[in-house]
Design a protein around this ligand. Structure first.
Ligand SMILES: [Fe+2]
Length: 211
């Protein structure tokens, strides 16, 4: 993994199209044309006991949340008191998404995983996605400079087409925004990403928010 790059939105061009900083404000830098990934570096607000519980319960939530009824909506889908810290964080993240992108609702997915969901590198046909892995390994992406022209072709031997050292990864608790293919003026430049490889016994609790 390469070292973290932290910059502000002062107009500087990030060298590899991504930013990471300990302030939530870094997420607003996703609006910069040259930024494909913005990462808010923070510790996980959800304990590992909760992650283990969610995996044990095979927690799987898919829901549209109206921002005007956010608190009730989250409470309805995650009513167990043991998920209180996660509810608070989902409220924060969904509210941030709504403020950033000016939307009235967000699509929420919470998934407890014991095996990779999307193990091959791919791009998503969406404008932008927020991702946070509360426990376990976070999603991985390849900066554009490491994306080989053959990498995304169906059936390609991806393992031979990218440098291992070029793979970037979100840490547990960190919040990332990934631009997708349908972000305005972004065709062909969606973030190339994948689920992290997992060993037997490993667990992840992944949250995504779509607009
Ligand atoms: Fe994806």
């Amino acid at each position: 993994m390469s070292s973290a790059v932290a910059m502000t939105s002062a107009g500087e061009v990030p060298p590899a199209g991504w930013l990471r900083a300990p302030e939530a404000a870094v997420l607003a830098d996703i609006f910069a044309e040259d930024v494909q990934v913005a990462v808010w570096d923070r510790p996980s607000p959800v304990g590992q006991d909760v992650v283990a519980l969610a995996c044990e319960q095979r927690l799987a939530v898919k829901s549209w949340l109206e921002i005007s009824q956010l608190e009730q909506g989250i409470l309805r889908i995650l009513s167990d008191e043991q998920y209180a810290a996660m509810r608070d964080d989902l409220f924060l993240l969904a509210d941030m998404m709504a403020c950033l992108f000016g939307v009235a609702g967000v699509g929420l997915r919470v998934t407890a995983l014991r095996q990779p969901m999307c193990p091959r590198f791919h791009v998503d046909r969406i404008p932008v996605r927020l991702l946070c892995t509360y426990g376990g390994q976070g999603s991985q992406w390849l900066p554009a400079t490491h994306v080989h022209s053959q990498l995304l072709l169906p059936g390609s031997d991806q393992g031979s087409l990218y440098p291992q050292a070029g793979v970037e990864q979100i840490g547990a608790g960190q919040v990332a925004l990934f631009k997708g293919e349908t972000w305005r003026d972004n065709p062909g430049a969606g973030v190339v990403h994948r689920s992290p490889p997992m060993s037997p016994g490993q667990q992840r609790l992944l949250v995504t928010l779509d607009i």
